[in-house]
Design a protein around this ligand. Structure first.
Ligand SMILES: NC(=O)c1ccc[n+]([C@@H]2O[C@H](COP(=O)([O-])OP(=O)(O)OC[C@H]3O[C@@H](n4cnc5c(N)ncnc54)[C@H](OP(=O)(O)O)[C@@H]3O)[C@@H](O)[C@H]2O)c1
Length: 229
């Protein structure tokens, strides 16, 4: 399978490393252009190449969007038509500027991307795990220390595709529901990042701990948002 990456920073490069380790091909892209990804391509080896965002989108059987949220409208629409798109993005107003419909919680980050990509199937994944933890928690199928990652999306077939991809790179998936349910593991919820951090350790020196489906489910059930209060 070819994995296209729109964004190849902390989380994009981590997903790319896991994908190559699982014998997938990867096409990386970023904002500054393919030449700036030469070191990462060299590190990843012959299964990796760098391209423009539009080329990475066109090449991918599955495509990951992993850019700062403020750049989501730059994601190429046409080459992603009919494709499954994984969205890792989170909303940080200090970085992204204020987005009214996220501030009032009338929508979620991945629903914004879905509106931007009306003919793609967006699945929210990877947004609630710190990249260094994602890099080390992968385990083979059936390993008792295998961790689970949350997914949400409106297209059941797309969620199967993403579940299979996660399985290939060493993770189980927990289906949280439709894309609108993605708020349950967005920033400032109990399910955001913290479940994968060893209790008593803190950013930036925190260490990773495996997360079972029961642990993730418990943190998802603690989620509240002010419009539900
Ligand atoms: N860091 C984490 O642990 C983590 C975990 C889960 C989710 N997330 C979320 O995932 C997203 C990416 O996070 P990150 O930490 O990987 O960010 P990052 O390290 O800053 O990387 C961002 C990547 O996006 C690229 N990019 C920026 N604007 C672009 C554009 N207009 N078109 C194409 N590519 C563009 C950047 O390219 P240049 O380098 O050329 O600017 C870079 O490759 C964010 O929404 C973040 O909140 C992060």
């Amino acid at each position: 399978m070819i994995l296209g990456l729109i964004g190849s920073g902390n989380i994009g490069s981590t997903i790319a490393r896991l994908a190559v380790a699982a014998d997938h091909d990867v096409v990386l892209s970023n904002r500054r252009g393919p030449d700036t990804l030469a070191d990462l391509v060299a590190e990843l080896g012959p299964r990796a190449r760098a391209a423009t965002s539009a080329e990475a989108a066109a090449a991918g059987d599955l495509v990951v969007v992993t850019v700062p949220l403020k750049a989501y409208r730059d994601v190429p629409v046409e080459p992603l038509r009919g494709k499954v798109v994984i969205d890792t993005n989170n909303y940080y107003p200090d970085r992204d500027g204020h987005i009214a419909e996220l501030d009032d919680e009338s929508t979620t980050t991945s629903e914004l991307l879905q509106v931007h990509l009306p003919d793609s199937s967006v699945v929210k994944a990877f947004n609630n795990i710190y990249f260094d933890h994602l890099a080390v928690l992968h385990r083979p199928t059936g390993d008792p220390e295998r961790s689970v990652l949350a997914i949400a999306g409106n297209d059941e077939t797309a969620k199967v595709t993403v579940t299979d991809f996660l399985d290939s790179i060493g993770y189980d998936a927990l289906d949280v529901g439709a894309l609108a349910e993605g708020w349950r593991y967005q920033r400032d919820t109990a399910a955001y990042v913290q479940p994968y951090a060893t209790p008593g350790t803190d950013y930036p020196t925190w260490t990773a701990r495996p997360v079972t489906a029961a642990m993730l489910q418990e943190s998802l059930e603690q989620a509240t948002r002010y419009r539900d209060m």
